[in-house]
Design a protein around this ligand. Structure first.
Ligand code: ZN
Length: 459
């Protein structure tokens, strides 16, 4: 095995310039999903790049931006069966704005020292290239692919993957596999590889209330007109109490707490609480937790109700005595297993009605279910053991992370163990100006992916 790893390293090294060139080619094509900028061109380019590597590629409709689906045959075993590894990735990127903060053009891969800068160089085009480069190395060392591979490369991840769950459900047979490598992976601030085994779900809503057709003079209407801003504040006030308890009836009904194994993993995580407190200038954490397991647990296994923004009335300079006709708030709920966004929206609606707020409209802007993988799945073990071989240290294993992504259908519809492996690092400026990767992380991400592929076919 180590012999194979050495040969993989050698191939990765020899082909590095080629793959950096391919990274530049892919980053050079804008693909901003939220602005529908360059999407079809980028889907075409990704399909072309898959075909150039000997895979079949089709551009499939999803109901939104297209999905690039690819396949490659692997060596079959004596009984004619080949295992299948699925790669979930995305070709869309976040908008590059604000442009004046970029030190080099966002859609032109630029090297400065040992860092490469471009929009999408980490999230997620660098990962697309990492997978292709790893497969290339494996094929060169072993003669052919040791397993079948499938690629699902979507164009809507940065806008919440609204069509991915249905796409997976509709193409279950086509996407059938034995395991999946997710679109990301990174090292932490201390250089340790991280393994994220799950993600919280999300339910994003907008609450809107309209009490009149136009704003009014507050002297005229203040005593006799209903005020939209107050209606909204009162409605929001019924959602959560000051002990952070969410008051929507049934909200916690489907919450499944962390397992003993989850808690054991959480307890081993490095404690970044002091650093976080300093970085954000916090006076403390909610519910008075100070760090350690209590904070780790609350951070990822506790569902949330977050007011993301409130819009109403006048907030410009000076004063304006106005009575607002309209008020709205954007609210996101981060969900934990086994909550679902559909359930939360209907419970929220029923709650507002019961509280006398049937005039408050709820608009559902999207969401996804939480999901996590069994930490003791053999594929997770492969990912962890190969991480040690690449990084020379044990990975930091997170049973679930606070953020969200479309992993639910892959884990629960296709039934796959899903692991992360990749090229990110805390200074990567993902979603921000000057997004970047470090050369060393790029190489290690390719190595880790290649080692996993070689071991997966073995085991
Ligand atoms: Zn992203």
């Amino acid at each position: 095995m180590n012999d194979i790893n050495q040969k993989l390293d050698q191939q990765i090294n020899e082909r590095l310039d080629y793959w950096i060139g391919q990274l530049g080619r892919l980053c050079g094509q804008p693909s901003v999903s939220t602005q529908n900028w360059g999407i079809t061109e980028c889907a075409d380019l990704v399909a072309t790049m898959l075909e150039e590597q000997g895979y079949t590629a089709v551009i499939m409709p999803s109901g939104g931006h297209p999905v690039v689906y690819g396949e490659g045959d692997g060596r079959t075993t004596a009984d004619g069966e080949a295992k299948t590894l699925l790669f979930y990735l995305h070709y869309d990127v976040q908008p590059p704005e604000p442009l004046d903060l970029w030190e080099s053009p966002p859609f032109e891969l630029t090297r400065r020292g040992d860092k490469f800068f471009a929009r999408g160089v980490s999230d997620d085009k660098g990962h697309v290239i990492t997978r292709l480069a790893a497969l290339d190395a494996v094929r060169r060392v072993l003669g052919d692919l040791p397993c079948r591979v499938k690629f699902v490369i979507e164009g809507e991840e940065e806008i919440g993957s609204p069509h991915m769950p249905a796409f997976v459900v509709d193409h279950q047979e086509q996407l059938a596999a034995d395991a999946c490598i997710w679109e990301f992976g990174s090292v932490d601030a201390g250089g340790a590889p991280t393994q994220a085994l799950g993600m919280r779900g999300i339910c994003y809503v907008e609450l809107t209330v309209e009490t009149a057709v136009i704003d009014a003079h507050s002297g005229l209407g203040g005593s006799i007109f209903p005020n939209a801003a107050w209606r909204l504040v009162w409605a929001l006030n019924t959602l959560k109490d000051q002990n952070e308890r969410i008051l929507i009836p049934g909200f916690y009904d489907n919450v499944v707490g962390p397992s003993a194994r989850d808690l054991e993993l959480l307890d081993k995580l490095p404690d970044h609480s002091a650093k976080m407190q300093e970085m954000y200038g916090l006076s403390g954490f909610v519910r008075g937790v100070t760090g350690g397991l209590a904070l780790q647990r609350q951070a990822v296994f506790e569902p949330t109700c977050t007011i993301c923004g409130i819009t109403t009335g006048y907030q410009g300079p000076g004063l304006k005595t106005v009575l607002p006709a309209k008020a709205s708030a954007k609210v996101d709920f981060r969900l934990v297993p086994d909550q679902s966004p559909e359930e939360i929206v209907s419970k929220l609606r029923a709650h507002l009605d019961a509280q006398g707020f049937s005039d408050v409209q709820v608009t559902y802007h999207g969401g996804g279910r939480p999901a996590k993988v069994d930490p003791d799945d053999p594929f997770v073990q492969i990912a962890n053991e190969t991480a040690v071989q690449v990084y020379g240290r044990e990975p930091v294993i997170e049973p679930i992370i606070g953020g969200s992504g479309p992993n639910y259908p892959f884990i629960h519809v296709l039934g796959l163990p899903v692991v992360s492996a990749g090229i990110g690092y805390p200074g990567g400026q993902v979603h921000a100006p000057n997004e970047n990767i470090r050369l060393e992380d790029f190489i290690n991400g390719i190595r880790h992916t290649a080692y996993i592929i070689a071991r997966f076919a073995d085991g």
